[in-house]
Write a protein of this length. Structure first.
Length: 172
């Protein structure tokens, strides 16, 4: 997937000194790059029997919607607190300094649904793990986790080690 990696813009010292921000918006705006990324993720999970793609706010919505369409299944969104209009389940998780929380509609998944968890980026894995906990709490099963980009040196894959984790682009 070297051609996809070439479409990701790297911005040094953002959001703070010493960080290289991997900007996926440059890949998303490229019609061939977006198509290739969605087909690459779909190809990995096409035979997994996915009922729903669960995607994490906000760039994950773009990937998740397209991927659900490609796989012929539904899409479920995971958001920051207070953004969903119906009854929700929530999960708090640790950040480097403090905590954060995400929510999903309580009725978004049925017990036994087979779920593909998707986001644009896997870094430390905290947000993805919190989303996985939400999925499992309502009785659904995670059949895989898919990401466009993985920052391998941040070891997010380790916190998701009980799942089939796949990323199209890796940075060390």
């Amino acid at each position: 997937m070297a051609e996809l990696k070439d479409l990701v813009r790297s911005i040094p010292n953002f959001p703070k000194q010493g960080i290289v921000f991997r900007d996926v918006t440059t890949l998303l705006k490229d019609k061939d790059g977006l198509r290739s990324a969605i087909q690459g993720l779909a190809g990995r999970f096409r035979t997994a029997g996915v009922d729903k793609v669960v995607c994490i706010e906000a760039r994950g919505f773009i990937i998740g919607g397209a991927l659900a369409y490609e796989l012929g299944c539904g899409v479920v969104i995971v958001r920051k607190p207070g953004k969903l209009p119906s009854e929700t389940v929530s999960q708090t998780y640790q950040l480097e300094y403090g905590t954060d929380k995400i929510e999903m509609h309580r009725d978004a998944l049925a017990k036994g649904d087979r779920v593909l968890l998707v986001d644009d980026l896997l870094a430390t894995g905290g947000t993805a793990r919190a989303a996985a906990d939400l999925v499992e709490r309502v009785g659904a099963t995670i059949v895989g986790c898919g990401f466009l980009i993985e920052l391998a040196d941040l070891s997010g894959r380790q916190i998701l080690n009980k799942y089939d984790v796949f990323s199209l682009i890796k940075y060390d």
